[in-house]
Design a protein around this ligand. Structure first.
Ligand code: FES
Ligand code: FES
Length: 155
């Protein structure tokens, strides 16, 4: 086992991990952060997306031992003081959540994208979310929600 120090959602955490363990396993099974969802576990669906030093990564393909000393944000760390982030609020407002399984991954991808794209067009949003699979919504409302969040954040 390897001892790791991580910062997760702003809090320092220490955890023992196996050398081959994925960040997805560590978050869910050792730290009880089950908001990060396992889907394909092969890097193809985006449901396990988290932010690692501000950049979106697939937790199912990320070795935990490579995350020592890094800053990780999961869906549990997105709301602030009980307030949803504009991306979360707009996904709800636009009816862009059905079963919700893909939603944490979409939120994390959208957060990173909107930090660098203040006024994205529809095609930019679709390209940014291309790695996040949703089986329910048909994507149109998700795109609409991300665009509305961008507008809200620009005010
Ligand atoms: S579970 Fe990680 S990409 Fe599908
Ligand atoms: S809302 Fe069900 S998979 Fe996206």
């Amino acid at each position: 086992m390897v001892q790791l120090k991580l910062t997760i959602n702003g809090f320092g955490r220490e955890v023992l991990v196996q050398a081959h363990e994925t960040l997805l396993f560590t978050l869910r099974e050792r730290l009880a952060l089950t908001g990060t969802k396992p889907g394909c576990e092969q890097g193809a669906c985006g449901s396990c997306t988290v932010l690692l030093d501000g950049r979106p990564v697939l937790a199912c393909l990320t070795a935990s031992v490579r995350c020592g000393g890094k800053d990780i944000v999961t869906i549990e760390g997105v709301e602030q003081n009980g307030e949803l982030h504009p991306v979360q609020r707009q996904l709800v407002a636009k009816g862009a959540i059905q079963c919700g399984y893909c939603t944490p991954g979409i939120v994390m991808t959208a957060l990173a994208f909107l930090r660098e794209n203040r006024r994205p067009g529809e095609n930019d949003i679709r390209a940014a979310l291309a790695g996040n699979v949703c089986r329910c919504t048909g994507y149109a409302k998700i795109v609409e929600a991300v665009r509305a969040a961008a507008e809200e954040m620009a005010r």
